[in-house]
Design a protein around this ligand. Structure first.
Ligand SMILES: N[C@@H](CCC(=O)N[C@@H](CS)C(=O)NCC(=O)O)C(=O)O
Length: 338
């Protein structure tokens, strides 16, 4: 009996060990598809068209991970998530990765149980107001109503700043961006506050965009990036290094147009290792040796993703700012692939 019990315990320990070794990476490869939690109503970042296709800056990072892991940027099932739904979707495994303008904060790491990949968009919270309101600085918000979305970092930042400046205001809290901006259009509030990216994006949908202005005031730090669930280092490493890979490719001038030529003629050891021509860095991450070639060919590097979705040639016309490479005065910096 005792022997039987010992065998049973050994089996359970082994089963537990096997479980601990199983990563989402293997599961996704078996499935042949990755699930990505995204936004569906943030033009430029995550948006769905009338045929159900998703596009945008965040969506391109989903595509990059799928291209690197599965060799196919289209092998993604998108789940549109509201701000309040997004963390449960990661915790329950409904999505493999969350790439939905999500700010990296300590409590989202600890209490929510997320692991954040490198920041893909350095942002900050701002305000949009009607030009006619004459509001130009935070003290002008005294006695006004401000529309804000629940389940976001935005609510607390607003409360903190107003309390610090002793400004009394009424927060009008809504569940979705559509509701927030509808209330603003209907003059229920004098302003909407959210990430600058959200303001730039949603201001294009206003009935009369020229009648509103985004104030040149930033009240918080909002580092936005992909996140996965705690407890799966293998999968976390993949999402992390795919993100770095996009930045690294831009730094080394490797683009969707030239990646095959670079791969055919590269001499620099750093580039050869990155593209899987020498060494084993991709295999060590659990990827095919040519994972970065496939990814860059299908999705482009960070700079291409930024330019295509948000850059000067788009309706958003965003400059790179903090989202430039460190070599250009920005914050984007990939550690070495080696
Ligand atoms: N970065 C902030 C805010 C994220 C957020 O949800 N922002 C609004 C800005 S408009 C949004 O994306 N709303 C889209 C929607 O509700 O459909 C966070 O992580 O809490």
């Amino acid at each position: 009996m005792r022997k039987l019990l010992a065998a049973f315990v050994a089996l359970m320990v082994l089963a537990g060990f096997a479980q601990a070794q199983t990563s989402l990476l293997d599961e996704i490869k078996l499935r042949g598809n990755m699930t990505c939690g995204v936004n569906q109503s943030l033009p430029g970042f995550g948006v769905i068209d009338s045929e159900g296709n998703f596009s945008g800056f965040d969506v391109d990072f989903c595509k990059a991970v799928a291209a690197a892991v599965l060799g196919d940027s289209e092998a993604v099932t998108y789940r549109a998530l509201t701000a309040s739904e997004r963390f449960t979707a990661v915790q329950t495994g409904e999505v493999d990765v969350l790439i939905r303008n999500t700010t990296w904060t300590s409590s989202r790491d600890s209490e929510v149980g997320l692991n954040f990949a490198p920041t893909t968009f350095y942002d900050g919270q701002g305000f949009i107001v009607k030009r006619a309101s004459g509001i130009s600085e935070v003290s002008d918000f005294e006695g006004t109503s401000i529309c804000v979305q629940s389940g976001t970092t935005t609510e607390l930042n607003l409360a903190d700043v107003m309390a610090a400046l002793d400004i009394s205001y009424t927060p009008l809290v809504f569940e979705t961006a559509d509701q927030v901006f509808a209330a603003y259009e209907a003059d229920q509030c004098e302003s909407v506050t959210t990430d600058m990216s959200g303001l730039v994006s949603r201001s294009t949908l206003l009935q009369d965009p020229a009648a509103s202005v985004i104030l040149p005031i930033t009240i918080s730090k909002e580092p936005l990036g992909p996140a996965v669930l705690h407890g799966d280092d293998t999968w976390f490493d993949v999402v992390k290094w795919v993100t770095f890979g996009l930045i690294f490719a831009e730094e080394y001038g490797i683009t969707s147009d030239n990646v095959r030529d670079v791969a055919a003629s590269a001499q620099a050891p750093v580039v050869r290792r990155f593209l899987g021509l020498d060494g084993q860095v991709m295999e060590q991450l659990g990827l095919e040796s040519d994972a970065m070639i496939t990814m860059i060919e299908q999705v482009g590097n960070y700079g291409e993703i930024f330019a295509r979705n948000l850059g000067p040639d788009t309706q958003f016309g965003l400059e790179r700012g903090l989202n430039a490479l460190y070599t250009d005065g920005g914050l984007l910096y990939s550690p070495p692939f080696r």
